[in-house]
Ligand binder design. Sequence first.
Ligand code: ADP
Ligand code: ADP
Ligand code: ZN
Length: 233
Amino acid sequence: MAGRFHVIVIGPQGSGKGTQAARLAPLLQLVHVATGDLFRQLMTRDDELAREVRSYYDRGALVPDELTLRVLLARLDALEREQGDQYRGALLDGYPRNLAQAEALDRVLTERGDVIAAVVHLVVPREVLIERLSGRLICLTCGATYHVRFSPPRVAGICDRCGGALMQRSDDTPEAVARRLETYEQQTAPLLDYYRARDLVIDIDGNRPIDVVTHDLLVALESRLAHNPCRSS
Ligand code: ADP
Ligand code: ADP
Ligand code: ZN
């Protein structure tokens, strides 16, 4: 089954990609696909692949492109198999992160007859990012994201959505955060020009309350998705 419409979310660590993608996905009938979440699930296993991923992940380094693409494609294939026509497209959070990944994504989407409907760019100043990341909590069971002050769970330490235990990420240490932000500036931010040349980028001020950002994103994306000759369903 071909012809999905995907939305890419780009922004530095802490800009709210995961938070916003989780809220938007059901509203836009897209599936939230976060490569970081896929790696965190993979690392709960006790095997060679899990150890290999962890050797990059905990340092805040990118996992090699080929392995990352394999993990992403396995997820997209599973969505095709499991959801069939229910699956309209993915909200890609954390992929692509460098030019090689962007080119690989173009290739595989073309092969599938899929398109990129939009690239959302969340803009947030650096000092705000650090504050957000140092209070971030995540649910390993369902991937939901919280913040001790800005977005606390109803019961401390417990996921509102699934009841799972909340924890700090092993790579939200000051050293790994600094390395990830640097990699973002050097390798990921230049992708914005790659997509701007195709008129795909929507810049959104992410330094506002979570609900306000979600609303703006929804308005911007609904019109983009409506302009595509999307299959009715
Ligand atoms: P963050 O955006 O805060 O770095 P993510 O959850 O998106 O967090 O990713 C966590 C880690 O997973 C990254 O530091 C990297 O090791 C790995 N990772 C995620 N996405 C990719 C990707 N597209 N390419 C390579 N590595 C990735
Ligand atoms: P990313 O996926 O881009 O790394 P997250 O969605 O994980 O970012 O958000 C990082 C942290 O900031 C989380 O703790 C989240 O609860 C919090 N956060 C996200 N968006 C906002 C916002 N608009 N205002 C305040 N805090 C936010
Ligand atoms: Zn949960």
